[in-house]
Write a protein that binds this ligand. Sequence first.
Ligand SMILES: Nc1ncnc2c1ncn2[C@@H]1O[C@H](COP(=O)(O)OP(=O)(O)O)[C@@H](O)[C@H]1O
Ligand SMILES: [Mg+2]
Length: 258
Amino acid sequence: MISIDNLSKVFHSRDGAKVFALEDVSLTVGDNEFITIVGPSGCGKSTLLRLVSGLIQPSSGSVAIDRTIVIEPRQDTGIVFQMPVLLPWATILDNVLFPLKMLGRDVTGGIVKARHLLNMVGLGGFEQKYPRELSGGMQQRAAICRSLIHNPSVLLMDEPFGALDALTREEMALEVLRIWTEEPKTILFVTHSITEAVLLADRVVVMSPRPGRIAEIIDINLPRPRTFEIEAHHEFQKAAQRVRGLIFGNRDEQQTSS
Ligand SMILES: Nc1ncnc2c1ncn2[C@@H]1O[C@H](COP(=O)(O)OP(=O)(O)O)[C@@H](O)[C@H]1O
Ligand SMILES: [Mg+2]
C-alpha cells in the first residue's frame, strides 16, 4: 500500500544552515495496517507524514502509494493535524462536507455519510452548530469526520489528540480504533504517548533524533478488539518498555508515559 524508500529531507534554515530532518527512512506499510510513529520532539515525525501526504517533496528517496510515486496531495489520502483546523464561519456539517466540495464531488449525496460519521463520534445533533460552540475535543472529532468523508484509503494523523485532556484522549483513541474496524484503511498515526502507540498499532515505528531515522520497528502481537484493559497484558508492557528504552535510553527506563 505505502512504500517509503530511502527517504531523506533536508531543510534550509534562514541563515543557510542545513537541517537534516529525515535521513534514509525506509518502511513498507501493508493494506489496512495500523502503524504508529513515536519519537522525541524534532525527530522528523511531522516531516515524514507531510512527505507521505504529498504536501512537501523529498530531498531524496521516494514515497509510493499503490505503486504510484506521491508528488502531490492525493484524493485517497485523509489528514488530521494536531489542532482541529475547522472553518469558523461554516457549520460543523459544512466543515465535514468541505473536502467533497474541494474535490468537486457530490456534496448533497455526502450528507448522509457526514451525519453517519458525526453520529459515530458522538456529535449527532451538533450538525448546525459552529466550531466555536464546541469544546476542543468535539472540534477534533469533527476534524476526524472531515478527514474521513471522502473515504480515504490512507489516513495520516499527526498527534491528533495532542491538544486534548487525558480522558478525552483515551476516549478518542478507542474511537479511532472503532472507525478503523468499521471502515478499514491504512493508518499512519504520530503520537508522543507510548501507551497510545502500543494500544493502537499493528507495528510501532520508533524514531531517533537528528537526523531522523527509524531506530526500531516493534510488532504488537496483541489481540483485537483492544481496550485500555490490555495495558495489563504482559506483551503490552514488554512493548511499552522497549519503546521507552529506545526513546529515553537507560536513564529513564522506569519513567511512565502519558
Ligand atoms: N519548513 C522547515 N524549515 C526548516 N526546518 C524545518 C522545517 N520543518 C521542520 N524543520 C525541522 O526539521 C526537524 C524535524 O521537524 P518535525 O518533522 O516537525 O519533527 P517532529 O514532528 O518529530 O517534532 C526539526 O529540527 C525542525 O526544526
Ligand atoms: Mg510534529
